[in-house]
Write a protein that binds this ligand. Sequence first.
Ligand code: SAM
Length: 233
Amino acid sequence: MTERELLQSGLERLVPNYCPQVVDKLCGFSELLIEKNKVMNLTAITDPCEIVTRHFLDCAALASYIPDSARVLDVGTGAGFPGMPLAILTAGEFTLLDALRKRTDFLNDCIVALALPNAVAVHARAEDFAKEHRAGFDVATSRAVAELNVLCELALPMLKVGGVFYAMKAVDCDEEISRAENAIRTLGGAPAEVIDYTVPHTDLTRRIVKIVKYEQTPEKYPRRFKKIESNPL
Ligand code: SAM
């Protein structure tokens, strides 16, 4: 199968009502990523078919959880995962946050080139961004950024009460979830639920950890990153 056929067939399973234009946008993003990756460290995955499966279809597993017009924060988006594919596939309003300016500059160039009206990339550390954007988002997402207890302190303060944090994790993360129980409770989250899925056209089983925020996060969180890392909740 070609890259485009893989993408179409995977999307038919994950986003059954997808609009055909999104295939062009995702292929366009893949080309921009491969090109820029020659001069900048963006992704270890460089084969176009693997970009489709391990990046696009993996991230597309979250598409059905993004309500129309939801304000979505992707914490530690890196080269735009899961935020960019989700901005292409859904009608959420995305803020793609990363601590590395080169990556957010690349993403803003892609957003212009692909004419995505519902995404902006922002260069900031999550714990600093939280000072101005407390309780400002309906949904937070994150993939491959930090342990869940650390991630929760970065993401939950920026969710509204009733908002949801979706952390994309390996399927064998039960112990990591147990270690995060205190952090989740302290930060106003309800106990984590898990949604396991298989990435189409692979034998990869992955896990979405879903945490609903049910009460305000105490004002003292997030702490400074050194403190979060050295003394996680
Ligand atoms: N989410 C992407 C993915 O799945 O491919 C990128 C993963 S990359 C391993 C982790 C990214 O998180 C890096 O780009 C890093 O700059 C960013 N990051 C780590 N800690 C952060 C923080 N406190 N605030 C914002 N970005 C952070």
